[in-house]
Design a protein around this ligand. Structure first.
Ligand SMILES: Cc1cc2nc3c(=O)[nH]c(=O)nc-3n(C[C@H](O)[C@H](O)[C@H](O)COP(=O)(O)O)c2cc1C
Length: 346
């Protein structure tokens, strides 16, 4: 295994074997107002929605997690089959590994021919800076083609880069590269954090580009500082292990980030709420505070590692919980649900 491959393998193994979640999940601070007289029938509730003009049977995106080492193929296949079954969106993990080593392409392209309504390609923002504009456009076209993507996520992961012992903490010129990319590519480009959130000020700067959505990827669930803490420990690197611990809970709580990014952009582009979504009730809370879709990563990782059946079960349960929350607030459509009353205690 080369360096990127073993890193990808370690990320998944650590996420499954250790507790790498932020110490507090801020979705617990959001409360939906119970409607004792809902006046709707649960059977008539529709979860139908759309993102980037692609119809989705539920406002859920399987967040990009993996690819780039051999075992990832099975994980992406199971996640892909579940996304196809429920007709929801799905992202893959950063595709850089396959750009550098074409023998790893299949670990992503396993989802290429599945009938998933919205497939999202993925590349780290620091790559854009390293490549410069012209090469970025060429490489992004390759990752789109690799999975037949309908959109591209540019992943902001500077928390990870700064903690990781082999990290590339080079962020100068990043916004400009994102801007140029969004102008050059004719499918939607979204910007996605990976666990540390997007602030009002950053969303405001992103709003001056042609990006099509922001996935706030906030703090509440998977902590990449925690993952890098355990990786550094595995490699007997005390310094970076310490850094990972110090920054374990770094970031903007996801609910706060959804509200801030929405307000900064005047809700003019879709805001996706990823980070700490454990179940359908958390997803319901995300929609209630304004998110267009909820993104789920960690909660689907262990099921996808086990079997297709477990993955289907987890998503089925999540969608049933979302429906239950809609029933208990008296809303039979996703559109109506965005008007629901929610109290945020933060
Ligand atoms: C093992 C693992 C690998 C990940 N790799 C990527 C990645 O390559 N690109 C990316 O944009 N996000 C990546 N993420 C971040 C997730 O997409 C998501 O933003 C983050 O985990 C927060 O969601 P969660 O709390 O539901 O896990 C990864 C997450 C996990 C758990």
């Amino acid at each position: 295994m080369d360096q990127i491959e073993s890193r990808k393998d370690e990320h998944v193994r650590i996420a499954l074997e250790e507790d790498v979640r932020a110490s507090y999940n801020f979705w617990d601070d959001v409360v939906l107002t119970h409607n004792a007289l809902p006046e709707i029938n649960k059977d008539k509730i529709s979860l139908d929605t759309s993102l980037f003009h692609k119809p989705l049977k539920a406002p859920i995106i399987i967040s990009g997690m993996t690819g780039g080492y051999h075992k990832a193929e099975k994980i992406n296949e199971r996640l892909g089959e579940a996304a196809e079954y429920f007709q929801i969106g799905m992202g893959v993990g950063s595709q850089r590994a396959a750009l550098e080593n074409p023998s790893l392409k299949k670990t992503y392209s396993i989802i290429k021919d599945l009938d998933i309504p919205l497939k999202i390609a993925n590349i780290g923002a620091s790559q854009l800076v390293i490549w410069g504009h012209q090469r970025t456009v060429e490489e992004v076209q390759r990752i789109i083609e690799m999975i037949n993507a309908d959109a591209v996520a540019v992943c902001l992961n500077f928390l990870q880069e700064v903690i990781q012992f082999e990290g590339e903490a080079e962020a100068k010129g990043c916004l400009e590269q994102i801007k140029l990319l969004a102008d050059a590519i004719d499918i939607p480009i979204m910007v996605k954090e990976s666990g540390a959130g997007i602030s009002f000020e950053v969303a405001n700067r992103l709003a001056h580009t042609n990006i099509a959505a922001i996935d706030v990827g906030g703090m509440s669930g998977t902590s990449f500082a925690a993952i890098e803490h355990y990786r550094a420990k595995m490699h007997f690197d005390q310094l970076h292990a310490r850094g990972g611990k110090t920054f374990w809970n770094w970031g903007i709580p996801t609910p706060q980030s959804v509200i801030d990014a929405g307000e900064a952009t005047d809700w003019s582009i879709p805001i996706i709420a990823t980070g700490g979504i454990r179940n359908g009730l958390d997803a319901a809370k995300a929609l209630a505070i304004g998110a267009r879709c909820a993104g789920v990563a960690y909660a689907l990782l262990a099921p996808a590692m086990k079997s297709k059946q477990e993955t289907l079960f987890e998503l089925d349960a999540l969608l049933k919980e979302l429906r239950a929350a809609m029933f208990l607030t008296g809303n039979d459509s996703i559109e109506a649900f965005s008007e629901v009353e929610a109290t945020v205690w933060m």
